[in-house]
Design a protein around this ligand. Structure first.
Ligand SMILES: NC(=O)c1ccc[n+]([C@@H]2O[C@H](COP(=O)([O-])OP(=O)(O)OC[C@H]3O[C@@H](n4cnc5c(N)ncnc54)[C@H](O)[C@@H]3O)[C@@H](O)[C@H]2O)c1
Length: 363
């Protein structure tokens, strides 16, 4: 029987990944999550009629606790998603990013190595650790070009730097100790149940409340958006067909500037929820001080994933956005209380930057 242990399975992407496996496979799933402010799915909210889901509230920074979870569940594979993920928060308070994304990832890699080395031969051969990273480790692009598996590491934010460190650990443990590890890099995800401090939910939830929609700088920064369920399928494909020691990139082929994206969301909301009482929602868009070190453009060449994993993004940005907007319209009870906690409704990332801030160069 296949048992996949997923760290961070209560987070935005992790909870879609857990649902993917429970719905589409017969695998047993063990979710190891500390339940930080970013957890969007609580243990009781997973439908598990045939008893294939187990939850362990565990901090990956606690190596002994993580070791005990491995010994208890004996997974056939590990997918490591647990992380601190909000770039602005990493500018204000990087220490927790260091702990979780570097020290925590070290624990996952080190404990996975000891666990894998003690497995019987057949099981050791098929064991995989998938480390889920981000395209942000490659820095940013100018107006042309795409990231691929050979792109140089040039992280520009504390978040990206901490993720890059985790990737380097994975590389070293593969090269020196033979750990069968795969690293994946995805561009920005969007979809249902994303916390309202991330760009798309922030635009939607502010637009629904008639509140100013803050867009950083001149709004020209371009992101390549991926429907979160497409990413989950890519991760499952990497686990099933990926080669140990390899990196795979996932992208949506849906490049759009932040300003254009905010305008589109406002227009789609006017369509789905007309006459809110405060006029057209585009008028709520307000340009605000830029994010320090803001990456200009991300774009992904996902041909390696297409050829080796038989993966490609399936959901168009138009369909995905409409689906996401409808979900936020129908689930106010989910996101409204969340706005009250953890500065979800506040501008973050400016507390420690000032006039001496150095311009970062793009590639
Ligand atoms: N969201 C994106 O657009 C995106 C894009 C590319 C890659 N990624 C990567 O994918 C992974 C998941 O991202 P996400 O957006 O779902 O994150 P998220 O912030 O929504 O969720 C993170 C989850 O990790 C858990 N967690 C945090 N610290 C932990 C710890 N010390 N021990 C155990 N659990 C802990 C949280 O409780 C939460 O459930 C991350 O590694 C992230 O770097 C995200």
């Amino acid at each position: 029987m296949t048992t996949v242990l997923i760290t961070g399975g209560s987070g935005f992407i992790g909870s879609h990944l857990v649902r993917h496996f429970l719905d589409q496979t017969e695998f047993s799933i063990v979710n190891v999550d500390k339940l930080t402010y970013a957890a969007v799915t609580l243990p009781g909210e997973i439908s598990d009629p045939d008893g294939r889901y187990a939850f362990e509230q565990t901090d990956i920074c606690d190596s002994q606790a993580f070791r005990q979870v491995l010994a208890k569940h004996r997974p056939t594979a590990i997918m490591h998603l647990a992380a601190e993920t909000h770039v602005d928060r990493s500018l204000d308070a990087p220490a927790q990013f260091f702990r979780t994304n570097i020290e925590g990832t070290f624990n996952v890699i080190e404990e996975a190595t000891n666990y894998w080395k003690a497995l019987p031969a057949g099981r050791a051969e098929s064991f995989r650790l998938l480390v889920v990273s981000t395209d942000e480790v490659f820095g940013d692009l100018g107006t042309s070009g795409q990231f691929d598996e050979d792109s140089a590491y040039r992280p520009n934010s504390p978040y990206a730097a901490s993720k890059a460190a985790g990737d380097h650990l994975a590389r070293a443990w593969h090269r020196s100790l033979g750990l069968p590890v795969i690293v994946s890099h995805c561009s920005n995800n969007y979809g249902q149940r994303q916390t309202p401090d991330k760009l798309i939910p922030k635009v939607i939830t502010n637009a629904l409340r008639g509140k100013a929609i803050p867009i950083y700088g001149d709004g020209s920064q371009v992101r390549d958006w991926v429907w979160v369920e497409d990413h989950a399928k890519g991760l499952a494909a990497a686990l099933a067909r990926g080669r140990a020691g390899q990196h795979y990139l996932f992208g949506g082929g849906a490049e759009v500037s932040n300003l254009e994206l905010a305008r589109t969301i406002c227009d789609r909301l006017d369509h789905h929820d007309p006459n809110p009482g405060f006029g057209q929602r585009r008028q709520l868009i307000k340009m605000v001080e830029d994010r320090p070190g803001h990456d200009q453009r991300y774009a992904i060449d996902w041909q390696k994933a297409a050829h080796e994993l038989n993966w490609r993004p399936k959901v168009s940005m138009q369909t995905g956005l409409d689906n996401t907007i409808r979900w936020f319209l129908d689930n106010r009870h989910w996101w409204e209380p969340r706005l009250l906690y953890h500065d979800m409704d506040q501008r973050l990332g400016l507390t420690r930057t000032g006039p001496n801030q150095v311009e970062t160069s793009s590639k």
